[in-house]
Design a protein around this ligand. Structure first.
Ligand code: G4P
Length: 525
């Protein structure tokens, strides 16, 4: 691809994830966005998939059972001159390290909050990963058509719980049955609430921020109240600071109702004004790879296995960081130095998988993989070797003891575990005292996928015994004394041989710290 064309194409890309607690409305809003992009024709398509009505024969069985859609892992559409990639981050039951790692592949995030519930645990966890990356975060407070909490309360909670500055781009005029519309500070207009099938209707504001023309709304007390609240916000609240937004230190907040498609387009239009195009990525040696660079490079952030049980294939998801991907191109896999031909690639639309011929920095492509790739791998073209910074490891919270059901089949058991752990599917630990294998994950789904793949790919039936939630804390081997292990913690080593304690709860961790004040414990290796 020519340099100018590449620069133009890259500039069009907006790649983001929607983060939320289950039921806040992520699926509903995604669907509305896809409708704007003309990708799905009627509301309900994505939803139907989620509930499993959407027959897709080649889903991994376990996914089918849970109704997770593989094709909705990445959704691409064009809107207002931009090419938008939405990456899915599943909710709590489907939660896994993949969910976190997906956030390594986006340039910004949209946080959806239920106006009746405010900040919920899952939102908080996902937010923290975005915060760690310093990417811009936009907030959509959803379900205005229902009675929710007062908007000022929600904004205060956002700032206090997440420690981020908030800036209201618009403000609800009423809620639930009394919802009249939103007062749009950003566009200086009022957007009237209307039924889903009606067109948007906007009323202009004058320079004083009041309705320019006579309208029945003017005589309603809620209108007066909103004017007062907006005045208060402008006097005492934050000012919109684009530099802070870009650094992920301020979140622009939008109100709306995804279900009735109210305020979603307003959100999308404003979002696209602020959302960043693909940015540079750092290599391990601190060099910056620019998205417009000629040479292609990318990293693998997710591997999805066995989507088609007949073919035993898996798909490695690549975030393109620079240059242009062309089907059939030869790349170098940095970890092994091996050359690979990328002839079997796929891109994901809302309801189909299509073979992708060309893609540029910012896009995600799926590569059919026969076992070449691992999570965190870099692939590149050109003579200069590229190795992107390591993907962070996320401290597991759930643990199980794992054994082979059939003691005679130890070989396939060990082989399967070694490969799946290397691939990044789960974390592996071994007890100091008994030598037992313990698996760690951030979500239950990871264990289920592990069990399923052990059986299907390695013909090894495994028995997993839950040992529940634990707090994993690494200890400097020089400070370790095996006598520190007690009934309140479990001493294990990770796959690099580094020692860590799995504490029962906060109390047992504190108890340990009190007993050994000089010992340093860390949450991550
Ligand atoms: P999720 O992907 O974040 O888990 O949430 P999802 O979109 O599935 O929405 C969860 C529930 O909230 C759904 O109801 C959905 O219809 C509803 N919902 C989403 N946005 C809005 C909104 O703006 N207003 C109102 N009133 N409800 C909203 P459900 O009863 O669980 O599903 P369904 O039976 O309606 O399909």
């Amino acid at each position: 691809m020519e340099k100018d064309k590449l620069a133009m194409e890259v500039n069009k890309r907006r790649t983001f994830a929607i983060i939320s607690h289950p039921d806040a409305g992520k699926t509903t809003i995604t669907e509305q966005l896809l409708l704007f992009g003309g990708v799905v024709r009627k509301a309900g398509t994505v939803k139907a998939k989620k509930s499993g009505n959407f027959a897709k024969s080649d889903w991994m069985e376990i996914e089918k059972k849970r109704g997770i859609s593989v094709t909705s892992s990445v959704m691409q559409f064009d809107y207002a001159g931009k090419r938008i990639n939405i990456l899915d981050t599943p909710g709590h039951e489907d939660f896994s390290e993949d969910t976190y790692r997906t956030l390594m592949a986006v340039d910004s995030a949209v946080m959806v909050i239920d106006s009746a519930k405010g900040i919920e645990p899952q939102t908080k966890k996902l937010f923290q990963v975005c915060r760690m990356r310093g990417i811009p975060i936009f907030t959509f407070i959803n379900k205005l058509d229902r009675d929710g909490r007062p908007p000022l309360d929600l904004i205060t909670e956002l700032e206090e719980v997440l420690q981020i500055d908030a800036y209201a781009m618009n403000w609800p005029i009423g809620m639930g049955k009394g919802l009249k519309g939103i007062y749009d500070l950003f566009n200086q207009r009022i957007e009237l609430y209307r039924r889903e099938d009606k067109n948007e209707s906007f009323l202009a504001l004058n320079e004083k921020g009041e309705l320019a023309e006579d309208h029945p709304l003017k005589s309603e007390s809620i209108y007066r109240q909103v004017l007062e609240e907006v005045e208060l916000l402008q006097a005492a609240g934050n000012q919109l600071d684009t530099a802070k937004v870009a650094a992920g230190k301020m979140t622009p907040v939008f109100f709306g109702s995804a279900l009735t498609n109210f305020g979603v387009k307003t959100f999308l239009d404003a979002y696209l004004k602020f959302a960043p195009a693909p940015s540079t990525h750092k290599t391990e040696t601190g060099q910056e790879v620019k998205p417009n660079d000629d040479a292609f490079s990318g990293f693998i952030f997710k591997i999805q296995a066995n989507m088609n049980p007949n073919h035993r294939d898996r798909i490695a998801f690549v975030r393109i960081c620079s240059g242009c991907f062309e089907r059939g191109m030869d790349v170098t896999l940095q970890r092994t130095g091996k050359k690979l031909r990328l002839s079997n690639s796929t891109q994901f639309m809302a309801d189909t998988r299509e073979t992708v011929e060309e893609a540029v920095a910012g896009d995600i492509v799926g590569l059919y993989d026969t076992g070449n790739f691992q999570i965190g791998d870099t692939i590149y073209t050109g003579r200069t070797a590229v190795k992107f910074e390591k993907l962070p490891q996320f401290t597991p919270e759930l643990f199980v003891k794992v054994t082979a059901k059939n003691v005679m089949k130890q070989k396939s058991f060990h082989k399967g575990i070694a490969q799946l752990v290397q691939e990044g599917a789960v974390q592996l630990y071994q007890s100091y005292s008994t030598g037992e294998y313990i698996l760690g994950a951030v979500g239950q789904l990871q264990f289920e996928v592990f069990q399923f793949r052990m059986k299907n790919e390695y013909h090894s039936d495994v028995v997993m015994e839950s040992i529940g939630h634990k707090i994993a804390r690494w200890i400097d081997p020089a400070q370790l004394d095996e006598k520190m292990s007690s009934s309140r913690n479990l001493l294990v080593k990770d796959r690099h041989g580094m020692p860590l304690f799995l504490f029962e709860n906060d109390f047992s961790e504190r108890w340990f710290k009190d007993k050994y004040p000089d010992v340093k414990l860390t949450a991550k290796l």
